[in-house]
Design a binder for this molecule. Structure first.
Ligand SMILES: NC(=O)C1=CN([C@@H]2O[C@H](COP(=O)(O)OP(=O)(O)OC[C@H]3O[C@@H](n4cnc5c(N)ncnc54)[C@H](O)[C@@H]3O)[C@@H](O)[C@H]2O)C=CC1
Ligand SMILES: O=C(O)C(=O)Cc1ccc(O)cc1
Length: 374
């Protein structure tokens, strides 16, 4: 791919443009909001000039309800040889494209499964899609050249293409993205009017489950509107589980020993099924959580401490698959959990310990046992 246009230079459009520009693709930027477009340009994502002929691919990174009209307009102007979008829902844009009279052969639906709770170009990052699934939803009319361009886009951005039917995509994202987003918002909404004495003692777990509740309500209203029935189906299943959990908790709060035993077993079942579901969520694409081990290290709250830890791990030759940091502002130390491949953990905790790092209690001994039993 030599040239691309990115329409909509928000968080996702700017991330795509930055990734393409890094691979030497000439990127043309456009946005109804000139400040957003200028900011993306200043970040090195591309140029605001108009291309002097059709580009190889145009990426429509605008809100879902705008895809049909922006596509029809861009095709009329002869902007590109192929078009894709990034919207979080896929059936509605496919329908709107039909209604807007756009050419379906040069369009393929797309949805990179990575994002952030932040909007706007400044949330853009060239590596946002690295190792993440990138769903493509060709219609029966999509041409081979269009599919090839979208596959190339996903690969240039470091994503892993997954081809799906648009309706199947929408059911899947209702389960793994849209219903979880709404539940995160509901959890966070309980905190809006809570007393300061409760909020003060909240910890990392609550921050984890409410992070995505910070997302842009304007965008999420559109997403939920476009995928309402599939999201409601998932919420029905949550509601059934919630009903069972509430019934069990009421029984546990009562005095009837038989009902209490049944309730404890119901609750245990819900918690264990939760463990099972959590274990199925790949932590980093292709790496099931069960293949990773956390090496907990206590890090002083000092300038450069994290950089020194990461450098030390790099020098040991271990790849950090992910990292979690637990730290409260008034504490002189933070707990950094380095998620690494299980086979690397014993050597890593031993060598960090030897290097003077406070590898949290038990980790060195535990990993030594793991190494001994293979
Ligand atoms: N936020 C996220 O984490 C993810 C979002 N998406 C999808 O990416 C798309 C963009 O989302 P974000 O980048 O987060 O939003 P954003 O709000 O950061 O950026 C959207 C940009 O589109 C521009 N825009 C709106 N209508 C336009 C039009 N008619 N022509 C040109 N520009 C227009 C806006 O001015 C804004 O700069 C949405 O379709 C969303 O569903 C996909 C994956 C993740
Ligand atoms: O913030 C996160 O972790 C996300 O998963 C964001 C996200 C939001 C919308 C999408 O369509 C895809 C991904």
């Amino acid at each position: 791919m030599r040239s691309a246009a990115v329409i909509g230079t928000g968080a996702i459009g700017t991330s795509i443009a930055l990734a393409l520009a890094r691979h030497g693709v000439t990127v043309y930027l456009d946005d109804v909001n000139r400040t957003a477009a200028r900011t993306a340009e200043a970040m090195g994502a591309g140029s605001l000039a108009a291309p002097d002929g059709p580009v190889d691919l145009a990426v429509l990174a605008v809100p879902p309800a705008h895809i049909g009209t922006v596509l029809a307009r861009s095709q009329r102007a002869g902007l590109a040889r192929a078009y894709t979008d990034v919207a979080s829902v896929k059936a509605q844009p496919h329908d709107e494209i039909d209604r807007a009279g756009a050419d379906p052969a040069s369009y393929i639906g797309g949805h990179p499964m990575a994002g952030t709770e932040r909007s706007g170009p400044l949330a853009g990052r060239a590596d946002l899609f690295e190792g993440r699934p990138w769903v493509l939803t060709p219609s029966p009319c999509t041409g081979q050249e269009t599919l090839n361009r979208a596959l190339e886009l996903a690969s240039l951005c470091g994503g892993t293409p997954v081809v799906m039917d648009a309706a199947a995509h929408d059911r899947a994202v209702a389960l793994v993205s849209h219903a979880p987003h709404l539940v995160s918002s509901l959890l966070a909404a309980r905190l809006a009017g809570a007393g300061e004495e409760s909020i003060r003692i909240s910890g990392q777990g609550l921050r984890d489950v409410t992070r995505i509740a910070a997302g842009d309500p304007g965008l999420w209203n559109e997403i939920l509107d476009a995928n309402a029935t599939a999201v409601a189906d998932v919420l029905d299943a949550y509601a059934a589980d919630l009903g069972r959990a509430i019934g069990a908790l009421r029984a546990l709060g009562g005095a009837d020993a038989v009902r209490r035993r049944a309730a404890a077993s119901t609750l245990d079942g819900l918690l264990r099924t939760g463990n099972e579901g959590r274990a199925r969520v790949a932590h980093k694409s292709g790496t099931p959580l069960t293949d990773l081990t956390a090496v907990p290290v206590l890090v002083p709250d000092q300038p450069g401490a994290l950089a020194r830890l990461f450098t030390a791990v790099g020098e040991i030759g271990v790849n950090i698959e992910d990292v979690r940091i637990e730290h409260s502002m008034d504490c002189p130390r933070g707990l950094v959990e380095l998620l690494v491949q299980q086979r690397s953990a014993p050597a890593l905790s031993r060598l960090l310990d030897a290097g003077g790092w406070a590898v949290a209690e038990n980790a060195v001994a535990e990993h030594a046992v793991m190494a001994a039993v293979g």
